[in-house]
Design a binder for this molecule. Structure first.
Ligand code: AVJ
Length: 321
């Protein structure tokens, strides 16, 4: 490493890449996987036969919409706040049921991306013109603290897709504590969580045969080339996911296939890789009922409901404070 002075960083990405690639072992946060190309690749991942998470959760919501609706409707008027709404495909199952039942509610999709929110609002306008939508642009933390003071309406907070898995268990506890502190009495929190299961099934979900997940992971290299004027050749790295059934952690790496030194021109940085050196790019933590009970206890939440698919591949939990 030949960095002499810490440069000033133009973007969060620049700063994180600098720090992550000058530390050992090397790492880059998975949040940077989701640029425009990454969003598109993740959409494709959700359609893959190996990536069971989306389909399983969709089935759970569809099958239990009546019961879930009853839980939410017991609040008699609520704001449905969805953290990381994406294209809303799964949520629409709930929205169409709520519409049928004439529930009194507003839908508040939260996303960091203005583009995602605009597209979602447009499609909701077309498919569910009667639903009142109030998009909330910002980070989860910003939006949660904004909505925490909002006492006049009950909240149902949705966090689907096992997005909690992108956090380590310790990070997940502090995240859930923030959710909990934004909740008032009777407010509800509904979260989808991928479960520990046959290890090969999990591994295949992050190592699909069409290699879309590989492209998704390597998109980080492409993004550094484009945004930071870096000189990575994606061919010189391998996509390497692994799963540890003891801790439930799935991780993805980019592994350097040869010794190489890569210029990241915008950072004025030369990054040296030994042969087989890694960049850790993603965590996808898997849970079970015991570890979710621990998470809830640590965060001061109480589990009041749980729904699963028939193989308990995926579960959705309902919490209150
Ligand atoms: C969006 C975080 C739930 O970890 O399963 C999918 C992201 N990464 N394939 C996951 C992802 C590779 C996904 N989450």
């Amino acid at each position: 490493m030949n960095n002499t002075k810490p440069p000033e960083f133009k973007t969060q990405f620049a700063e994180d890449v600098f720090k992550g690639l000058t530390s050992y072992p090397k790492k880059i946060s998975s949040k940077f996987l989701y640029d425009e190309k990454g969003d598109e690749l993740f959409q494709q991942i959700m359609e893959l036969p190996e990536y069971y998470l989306t389909g399983k959760e969709y089935q759970i919501l569809k099958r239990h919409r009546e019961e879930l609706g009853d839980e939410f409707a017991s609040l008699e008027g609520f704001d449905l706040i969805e953290l990381g709404a994406g294209d809303g495909k799964k949520t629409k199952v709930l929205l169409s049921h709520f519409e049928e039942k004439n529930y009194d509610y507003k839908y508040l999709p939260v996303d960091i991306s203005k583009n995602v929110l605009e597209q979602l609002s447009k499609s909701l306008q077309q498919e569910y013109p009667a639903v009142e939508v109030e998009p909330q642009q910002g980070t989860y933390a910003e939006v949660l603290s904004r909505l925490a003071d909002y006492r006049d309406r009950k909240k149902v907070i949705l966090f689907l897709g096992s997005n909690i898995g992108n956090l380590t268990p310790e990070e997940a506890v502090s995240f859930l504590k923030k959710i909990s502190s934004a909740m008032h009495e009777k407010d509800l929190f509904f979260m989808g969580v991928d479960q520990k299961k046959e290890p090969a099934v999990i591994l295949d979900a992050y190592n699909d045969s069409a290699k879309v997940t590989e492209a998704f992971n390597k998109n980080l290299l492409v993004r550094m080339n484009r945004e930071l004027d870096a000189e990575f050749d994606p061919e010189d790295f391998m996509h390497w996911p692994l799963y540890d059934p003891e801790t439930g952690v799935a991780k993805s790496f980019l592994v350097s296939k040869k010794e190489q030194t890569i210029a990241i021109n915008a950072l004025d940085l030369q990054v040296h890789f030994q042969k087989w050196e890694t960049i850790h790019t993603e965590v996808s933590q898997k849970y079970d009922d015991t570890s979710i009970a621990w998470l809830a206890r640590e965060a001061g939440l109480e589990i009041t409901g749980c729904w699963a698919d028939k193989d308990s591949c995926f579960k959705n939990y309902l919490f209150k404070r």
